[in-house]
Design a protein around this ligand. Structure first.
Ligand code: PHE
Length: 348
């Protein structure tokens, strides 16, 4: 009768094993039959209480069954593992023919592009590119540039001041302080251009930002003349805005130059006819310039009898606006990609 029980146990175990289709079900099955408290284990342990004459036959049957179930378990376990693996591979199949995703690389800000264009032109004309501090002493921003404390012209640069107990410290309202810093450190000949960020205490509107960029230029040497200034600026304008550009110099005033000029080009949109961009004048003012004031040369210890020079300063945002017809300076610093991505020229 014991042999009948073993046969029933075998059938039940094999049937359940065949139904186990996951690792989890297999583990449960293994615990139930082959585990430390599994039915086969208990069966073998119970052999001792059998009658001695029954023992050999029942014992062999029980051991055979254990052997058979162990092998069946290994087969089933292998089959389940392979099926699960195949399912996973099928689920994770990669379509290698799918086109890759193009990474989105940024573009250079239009102001950066313009600074590079302008400084490149001057670099090829023999100018060195230097940069200076945005937080500046009042001395460099004004005094050394021939703008004394009570001078009304000081109001022209609506300055943002940094609180300070001792020296007057400002956010530079123009790049001209770098004229002084460069001349203090070097002896002529000097040819530099200085791109940089500037700040003004300004109500923001379509043509005014409280921060913006300028590019300063300075050339000092023996026998430097106004003619050099005119030739250099004309060449610059023609490289940037087209060989056919006509140029215009008119008198203007800046405390640190004498004489001072404003420099204009004929409007490249209407070729001087008069249009919306040039305000019907036919001319577009590009920058301020002039011969370095003798007092400024004296302030840095140069002998104005020996050395002469000229300087110029231009607004970078304004140049971009003119070149591309940007109607509002506020677009530059709103971080709106719809605006910025229109300037997607790659500059090396
Ligand atoms: N610094 C002047 C400005 O901010 C521009 C300028 C520079 C004029 C150099 C003359 C010479 O308006």
């Amino acid at each position: 009768m014991e042999i009948e029980r073993i046969r029933a146990l075998r059938e039940r175990a094999l049937r359940e094993l065949a139904e186990a289709s996951t690792q989890e079900q297999l583990a449960t099955w293994h615990a139930r039959y082959l585990g430390r408290r599994g039915e086969i284990t208990l069966l073998l342990r119970g052999l001792g209480s059998l009658a001695p004459e029954e023992r050999p036959m029942i014992g062999r049957a029980a051991n055979d069954l254990k052997e058979e179930l162990q092998q069946a378990y290994v087969r089933q376990e292998t089959a389940v593992r392979e099926r699960e693996l195949a399912a996973r591979i099928a689920a994770e199949t990669i379509d290698v023919t799918l086109p890759g995703r193009t990474p989105r690389i940024g573009t250079l800000h239009p102001v950066t592009q313009m600074i590079r264009d302008v400084t490149n032109i001057f670099a090829h004309l023999g100018f060195q590119v230097v940069e200076g501090p945005e937080v500046e002493y009042g001395y460099y921003a004004f005094d050394a540039l021939n703008i004394p404390p009570e001078h009304p012209a000081r109001d022209v640069w609506d300055t943002i001041f940094i609180e300070s107990e001792h020296e007057e410290i400002v956010l530079r309202p123009h790049t001209s302080p770098m004229q002084i810093r460069v001349m203090e450190r070097r002896q002529p000949p000097i040819r530099v251009v200085v791109p940089g960020r500037c700040y003004r205490y300004e109500a923001v509107d379509a043509t005014h930002e409280w921060h913006f960029h300028q590019i300063e230029g300075l050339a000092v040497d023996e026998r430097i003349t106004m003619a050099d200034l005119k030739g250099t600026l004309a060449e610059f304008a023609r490289q940037l805005f087209g060989r056919e550009r006509r140029v215009r110099f008119r008198c203007d005033f800046f405390p640190f130059v004498e004489p001072g000029v404003d420099f204009a080009i004929d409007c490249m949109f209407c070729r001087g006819e008069g249009c919306r961009v040039c305000g019907d004048s036919g001319w577009i003012e590009i920058l301020g310039a002039g011969m370095v004031h003798p007092q400024v040369l004296r302030n840095v210890g140069y002998d104005p009898e020996r050395y002469t020079g000229w300087a110029f300063g231009m607004g970078v945002e304004r140049l971009v606006m003119l070149t591309y017809g940007v109607p509002d300076i506020r677009y530059f610093y709103q971080g709106d990609l719809r605006f910025l991505q229109q300037f997607d020229r790659i500059v090396p």
